[in-house]
Ligand binder design. Structure first.
Ligand code: SF4
Ligand code: SF4
Length: 347
C-alpha cells in the first residue's frame, strides 16, 4: 500500500462492510469502495482509510502573521503545509487549486513522513509547524504523529482551520500538542449553510472547546460583499466571539479578492473599517484589518491606554514596542504569547 494511505484513526465499523468516518462533523457513512464528501477518505474492505497521510500539496516557511496569528509568537516562522481537497464547498476559495482537487500523489510536494517535516522545519530555521492552505483536519492522522515530534524538537504547532472537526478529532489534536488554531467564521448560519454546506453552530462550539482546552484561538472572517458584509451579520459574529471566546480574542476581518467561482469585486476598504468598528462596539479589544498592506488596522494597540504596541505592514513586523506581555506604558496585561528566551517580537 502507498505510504500516504493509512487506516483512519477515527471511525466506526458497521455491519455489512460499512463504516462511518468520525474525522469531521459530516460523519460520512461509507459503503465498500465509497469515498467521503471530502474525497480523502475511502472504505476499503469495511475499513476507512485516509488517502492523504503526509501527502502534501505545498510547503513553505511563513511568518505567523501570514496565517494570520497576531497574538501567538509574533515574528516567528512556521513551516506550513496543506494537503488536497476540502470538507467545505466555499465558492470563493482563495486556495481552490488545491482545495477543489482530490488527492494527487503526482502533483504538489508529495509524501513527507512527520519526522522529515520536523527536520525540514529546523533546517529552514522555523520556530513552528503549521497546517493550513486547505482544511488541515484532513491531515489528522499525520498531524497527531507530527505534533509530538515537533514539540520534542522545540517547535510550536498550529492549525488554520474551518473548525469542522468532530469532538473526537479535537481531543486527539489537543492531546497531541496543538498550541494554536485560527478558526474561520465564514458568516452567519444561513450563509455558512448555503455556501459552505456546513453548520455554523459546530464551528462556534469547536472554537469554544479549543479555547477551553487551553489552545490559543484567533478568529478570521473573510469579508465578502453580499455574503457576510452587512451590519447585522458583522454584529452577530462579533457578539458571538465575545460571548463564546471572550473580549481578548483577536478577530481578523480580511479583504476578499475574486477567486474560483466568485467574481464580485474586492471588498471596499471602508467595509473592513466598519467591520472593525462594529467588532470594537461589541466589546472586542483586538480587531484587525487584513489583506490591506499599510493599513493602521493591522497594528496592535493597548486596549487600555491605546499605546502602539506592535506595528505591522502586511506580513512584516515594523516596530515591535513590547518585550513582555504587559503594556510598557500603563502595565495592562496583554494576551499575547511571547516565546520564552526570545526578545519578542523581533523584526
Ligand atoms: S473527513 Fe469528513 S467529509 Fe471526509 S470522509 Fe470523513 S466525515 Fe466525510
Ligand atoms: S474551508 Fe477553506 S480551503 Fe476549504 S473550500 Fe473553504 S476557503 Fe477553501
Amino acid at each position: 500500500m502507498e505510504p500516504w494511505v493509512r487506516e483512519g484513526l477515527l471511525q466506526e465499523k458497521l455491519p455489512g462492510g460499512k463504516a462511518r468516518c468520525l474525522t469531521c462533523a459530516r460523519r460520512c457513512l461509507l459503503a465498500e469502495g465509497e469515498k467521503g464528501f471530502c474525497k480523502t477518505r475511502e472504505n476499503r474492505g469495511g475499513k476507512i482509510f485516509t488517502l492523504t497521510y503526509g501527502l502534501l500539496s505545498a510547503v513553505s516557511a511563513n511568518p505567523m502573521e501570514k496565517k494570520p496569528f497576531y497574538h501567538l509568537y509574533p515574528g516567528d516562522f512556521a513551516l506550513t503545509c496543506g494537503t488536497w481537497s476540502c470538507n467545505f464547498t466555499c465558492p470563493w476559495c482563495q486556495n481552490w487549486e488545491i482545495s477543489k482537487r482530490p488527492p494527487d500523489p503526482d502533483q504538489g510536494f508529495g509524501y513527507v513522513p512527520p519526522e522529515d517535516f520536523v527536520r525540514m522545519a529546523k533546517e529552514e530555521g522555523c520556530q513552528g509547524v503549521s497546517l493550513s492552505f486547505n482544511e488541515p483536519t484532513l491531515l489528522l492522522e499525520w498531524a497527531v504523529e507530527l505534533f509530538p515530534l515537533a514539540k520534542k524538537a522545540g517547535l510550536h504547532t498550529t492549525f488554520v482551520t474551518n473548525g469542522y472537526m468532530t469532538e473526537e478529532a479535537l481531543e486527539v489534536l489537543v492531546a497531541a500538542g496543538l498550541d494554536g488554531a485560527n478558526v474561520d467564521w465564514k458568516g452567519g448560519p444561513a450563509a455558512v449553510q448555503k455556501f459552505c454546506g456546513a453548520n455554523f453552530q459546530v464551528v462556534v462550539k469547536n472554537s469554544r472547546i479549543l479555547k477551553d482546552h487551553g489552545v490559543h484561538v484567533e478568529i478570521t472572517t473573510l469579508i465578502i460583499p453580499g455574503v457576510n458584509d452587512d451590519e447585522g451579520t458583522l454584529r452577530f459574529l462579533a457578539e458571538r466571539i465575545v460571548e463564546e471566546l471572550g473580549s481578548a480574542t483577536p478577530w481578523h476581518v480580511t479583504r476578499y479578492f475574486p477567486a474560483h467561482q466568485f467574481r464580485t469585486p474586492p471588498t471596499p476598504i471602508s467595509v473592513l473599517e466598519r467591520a472593525k468598528e462594529i467588532g470594537e462596539e461589541a466589546g472586542l479589544h483586538f480587531v484587525y484589518v487584513g489583506n490591506v498592506p499599510g493599513h493602521p488596522g493591522q497594528n496592535t494597540y493597548c486596549p487600555s491606554c491605546k499605546a502602539l504596541l506592535i506595528e505591522r505592514d502586511g506580513l512584516s513586523l515594523l516596530s515591535p514596542h513590547i518585550q513582555a506581555n504587559v503594556c510598557p506604558r500603563c502595565q495592562e496585561g496583554l494576551p499575547i504569547h511571547l516565546r520564552p528566551g526570545k526578545r519578542n517580537p523581533l523584526p
